[in-house]
Design a binder for this molecule. Structure first.
Ligand code: FE2
Ligand code: FE2
Length: 194
Protein backbone atom coordinates (compact mmCIF):
# COMPACT_ATOMS: atom_id res chain seq x y z
CA UNK A 1 0.00 0.00 0.00
CA UNK A 2 2.99 2.34 0.36
CA UNK A 3 3.17 3.77 -3.20
CA UNK A 4 -0.54 4.75 -3.50
CA UNK A 5 -0.55 6.20 0.02
CA UNK A 6 2.56 8.27 -0.62
CA UNK A 7 0.99 9.48 -3.87
CA UNK A 8 -2.22 10.48 -2.03
CA UNK A 9 -0.35 12.18 0.82
CA UNK A 10 1.87 14.03 -1.66
CA UNK A 11 -1.17 15.75 -3.13
CA UNK A 12 -1.70 17.44 0.26
CA UNK A 13 1.76 17.81 1.77
CA UNK A 14 5.37 17.37 0.70
CA UNK A 15 6.45 14.15 2.46
CA UNK A 16 9.76 15.86 3.23
CA UNK A 17 7.82 18.30 5.44
CA UNK A 18 6.29 15.56 7.62
CA UNK A 19 7.75 15.87 11.11
CA UNK A 20 5.78 13.30 13.11
CA UNK A 21 4.77 9.71 12.35
CA UNK A 22 2.23 7.82 14.46
CA UNK A 23 1.68 4.08 14.70
CA UNK A 24 -1.52 3.23 16.55
CA UNK A 25 -0.21 -0.31 17.02
CA UNK A 26 2.40 -2.65 15.61
CA UNK A 27 0.46 -4.53 12.95
CA UNK A 28 2.08 -4.76 9.51
CA UNK A 29 -0.81 -2.98 7.81
CA UNK A 30 -0.14 -0.06 10.18
CA UNK A 31 3.58 0.43 10.33
CA UNK A 32 5.59 -2.16 8.39
CA UNK A 33 6.54 0.56 5.88
CA UNK A 34 8.02 2.72 8.65
CA UNK A 35 11.54 2.49 7.20
CA UNK A 36 10.26 3.76 3.85
CA UNK A 37 8.47 6.68 5.53
CA UNK A 38 11.57 7.52 7.53
CA UNK A 39 13.53 7.53 4.30
CA UNK A 40 11.14 10.13 2.83
CA UNK A 41 10.46 12.20 5.94
CA UNK A 42 13.97 12.81 7.18
CA UNK A 43 14.27 13.39 10.90
CA UNK A 44 10.64 12.89 11.84
CA UNK A 45 9.59 11.71 15.31
CA UNK A 46 7.89 8.34 15.60
CA UNK A 47 5.21 7.69 18.22
CA UNK A 48 4.03 4.19 19.04
CA UNK A 49 2.60 2.54 22.20
CA UNK A 50 5.32 2.37 24.84
CA UNK A 51 5.19 -1.38 25.32
CA UNK A 52 5.66 -1.89 21.57
CA UNK A 53 8.74 0.27 21.06
CA UNK A 54 11.08 -2.73 21.24
CA UNK A 55 9.05 -4.48 18.52
CA UNK A 56 8.90 -1.48 16.21
CA UNK A 57 12.65 -0.96 16.65
CA UNK A 58 13.08 -4.05 14.45
CA UNK A 59 12.02 -2.03 11.43
CA UNK A 60 12.80 1.57 12.35
CA UNK A 61 16.42 1.56 11.11
CA UNK A 62 17.66 2.86 14.45
CA UNK A 63 15.48 5.99 14.43
CA UNK A 64 14.52 7.13 17.95
CA UNK A 65 11.01 6.07 18.94
CA UNK A 66 8.74 7.90 21.36
CA UNK A 67 6.74 5.48 23.51
CA UNK A 68 3.18 6.63 24.26
CA UNK A 69 2.36 5.77 27.88
CA UNK A 70 -0.62 3.51 28.52
CA UNK A 71 -2.71 6.41 29.81
CA UNK A 72 -2.29 8.35 26.54
CA UNK A 73 -1.34 12.00 26.27
CA UNK A 74 -0.67 14.67 23.72
CA UNK A 75 1.25 14.73 20.46
CA UNK A 76 2.81 18.21 20.49
CA UNK A 77 2.69 19.76 17.04
CA UNK A 78 3.99 23.19 17.99
CA UNK A 79 2.55 25.91 15.81
CA UNK A 80 -0.72 24.34 14.67
CA UNK A 81 -2.51 22.29 17.28
CA UNK A 82 -1.88 19.32 19.52
CA UNK A 83 -3.45 15.94 18.89
CA UNK A 84 -4.61 13.61 21.66
CA UNK A 85 -3.64 9.97 22.05
CA UNK A 86 -6.81 8.22 23.26
CA UNK A 87 -6.17 4.84 24.92
CA UNK A 88 -7.71 2.04 22.85
CA UNK A 89 -6.03 -0.99 24.37
CA UNK A 90 -7.50 -4.33 23.28
CA UNK A 91 -9.55 -2.67 20.56
CA UNK A 92 -7.94 -4.51 19.08
CA UNK A 93 -4.21 -4.68 19.90
CA UNK A 94 -3.15 -5.08 23.54
CA UNK A 95 -1.43 -1.68 23.24
CA UNK A 96 -3.26 0.67 20.91
CA UNK A 97 -4.31 4.31 20.56
CA UNK A 98 -6.87 6.31 18.66
CA UNK A 99 -5.79 9.80 17.62
CA UNK A 100 -8.07 12.82 18.11
CA UNK A 101 -7.83 16.13 16.30
CA UNK A 102 -9.84 18.62 18.39
CA UNK A 103 -9.84 21.34 15.73
CA UNK A 104 -11.04 19.18 12.84
CA UNK A 105 -13.17 17.12 15.28
CA UNK A 106 -11.83 13.98 13.69
CA UNK A 107 -11.03 10.73 15.47
CA UNK A 108 -8.65 8.38 13.69
CA UNK A 109 -9.82 5.09 15.16
CA UNK A 110 -7.59 2.53 13.44
CA UNK A 111 -9.17 -0.90 13.30
CA UNK A 112 -12.25 0.16 15.27
CA UNK A 113 -15.00 0.76 12.74
CA UNK A 114 -13.15 -1.21 10.10
CA UNK A 115 -15.23 -2.78 7.35
CA UNK A 116 -14.24 -5.39 4.81
CA UNK A 117 -15.97 -3.96 1.75
CA UNK A 118 -16.31 -5.90 -1.49
CA UNK A 119 -14.44 -4.05 -4.26
CA UNK A 120 -17.65 -3.22 -6.08
CA UNK A 121 -19.14 -1.62 -2.96
CA UNK A 122 -16.32 0.76 -2.15
CA UNK A 123 -17.31 4.18 -0.85
CA UNK A 124 -15.32 6.84 1.01
CA UNK A 125 -18.08 7.77 3.45
CA UNK A 126 -20.76 5.42 4.77
CA UNK A 127 -24.03 6.25 3.04
CA UNK A 128 -26.30 3.47 4.36
CA UNK A 129 -25.31 2.62 7.93
CA UNK A 130 -27.58 -0.41 8.33
CA UNK A 131 -26.33 -1.97 5.12
CA UNK A 132 -22.74 -1.23 6.15
CA UNK A 133 -22.93 -3.19 9.42
CA UNK A 134 -22.78 -6.56 7.69
CA UNK A 135 -19.29 -5.68 6.46
CA UNK A 136 -18.15 -4.77 10.00
CA UNK A 137 -19.75 -7.40 12.16
CA UNK A 138 -17.51 -10.42 11.62
CA UNK A 139 -14.36 -8.32 11.85
CA UNK A 140 -15.33 -6.72 15.16
CA UNK A 141 -16.53 -9.96 16.74
CA UNK A 142 -13.23 -11.64 15.91
CA UNK A 143 -10.67 -8.86 16.34
CA UNK A 144 -11.99 -7.08 19.43
CA UNK A 145 -11.37 -9.54 22.26
CA UNK A 146 -12.81 -7.74 25.28
CA UNK A 147 -16.23 -6.36 26.16
CA UNK A 148 -14.71 -4.33 28.99
CA UNK A 149 -12.09 -2.75 26.77
CA UNK A 150 -14.71 -1.99 24.15
CA UNK A 151 -16.92 -0.28 26.73
CA UNK A 152 -13.97 1.74 28.06
CA UNK A 153 -13.11 2.98 24.57
CA UNK A 154 -16.74 3.95 23.89
CA UNK A 155 -16.86 5.84 27.21
CA UNK A 156 -13.69 7.80 26.37
CA UNK A 157 -14.74 8.56 22.82
CA UNK A 158 -18.27 9.58 23.77
CA UNK A 159 -16.78 12.46 25.79
CA UNK A 160 -15.19 13.92 22.64
CA UNK A 161 -16.79 16.24 20.09
CA UNK A 162 -16.50 14.16 16.92
CA UNK A 163 -17.73 15.04 13.45
CA UNK A 164 -15.90 12.26 11.66
CA UNK A 165 -14.75 8.79 12.69
CA UNK A 166 -11.98 7.56 10.41
CA UNK A 167 -11.20 3.85 10.59
CA UNK A 168 -8.22 2.35 8.82
CA UNK A 169 -10.25 0.00 6.61
CA UNK A 170 -13.66 0.40 5.00
CA UNK A 171 -15.37 3.80 5.00
CA UNK A 172 -15.64 6.94 7.16
CA UNK A 173 -18.52 7.76 9.52
CA UNK A 174 -19.76 11.31 9.36
CA UNK A 175 -22.41 13.31 11.21
CA UNK A 176 -25.14 11.21 12.81
CA UNK A 177 -23.42 8.00 11.69
CA UNK A 178 -20.81 8.66 14.41
CA UNK A 179 -23.39 8.14 17.18
CA UNK A 180 -24.95 5.28 15.21
CA UNK A 181 -21.62 3.51 15.06
CA UNK A 182 -20.98 3.95 18.80
CA UNK A 183 -24.42 2.52 19.60
CA UNK A 184 -23.95 -0.39 17.19
CA UNK A 185 -20.53 -1.16 18.68
CA UNK A 186 -21.90 -0.91 22.21
CA UNK A 187 -24.63 -3.45 21.42
CA UNK A 188 -22.30 -5.90 19.64
CA UNK A 189 -21.05 -8.96 21.48
CA UNK A 190 -17.30 -9.21 20.81
CA UNK A 191 -14.57 -11.74 21.57
CA UNK A 192 -16.77 -14.60 20.53
CA UNK A 193 -14.40 -16.67 18.36
CA UNK A 194 -14.02 -19.41 21.01
FE1 FE2 B 1 -4.57 -4.10 13.54
FE1 FE2 C 1 -5.90 -3.16 10.30
Amino acid sequence: MFPPIVAAVSRVVDPGDIEVLFGSHQDPDIISSLALWLGMCGNSSVYVPAIRTSFVAHFSLGAPIEGIPDEGGVMPLGTSRDLTFVPAHYVHSSANFSLYDPLAKVLFCGDVGAALLPPDQFEVTVTDFDAHTRFMEGFHRRWIPSQGAKDDWIRRVSALDIEMLCPQHGALFEGENVARFLQWFSDLEVGSAV
